[in-house]
Design a binder for this molecule. Sequence first.
Ligand SMILES: [Zn+2]
Length: 126
Amino acid sequence: MTIKTVWCCSRCGGTNVEQVIHVWQNPNTEEIGDDAGGWDGESYCNDCCDDVMLEPDEREVEEPDPHPHTVTIAWGSESYRAADDEALDPYPYRFATKAELDAFMLGCHEAYGWMGFEVTEDSRNG
Ligand SMILES: [Zn+2]
C-alpha cells in the first residue's frame, strides 16, 4: 500500500471525477508538448452529474502489480524430480507483459531436450 493524493468531489467525496486540462499539442504529429500541466479550473463529478470543486485527500492506494503475467516451472523431467530429493522447487517467473511471457515460453520450448546452448548472434550486442 502506498499513500497517494487522490482528488475527490467536494460534494459527495467520490473519486469518479474529471477536470478540464489544456495541453500544447503539435497538430501535425499529435505529440503533446512538455508544458502540459495547465488546468482550466472546471471539474465535473460523474456521480453528482454536476460541476463541482475537487479537494485533495491522502489515501492508501494499492499499486498495480508491475509483473502480472506469471508462469511457474518445475525444471527437469518428471522422473528426475520424483527421484531426486535435491531437485529444484518449482520456480515462479514474473513478467510485465504477456509478450514477454510468450517469448520466455517460446525460449523454453525451443531449448527443450538440449543440454546447453551457445549464443552465436545477438542483435542486442550491435
Ligand atoms: Zn460528487
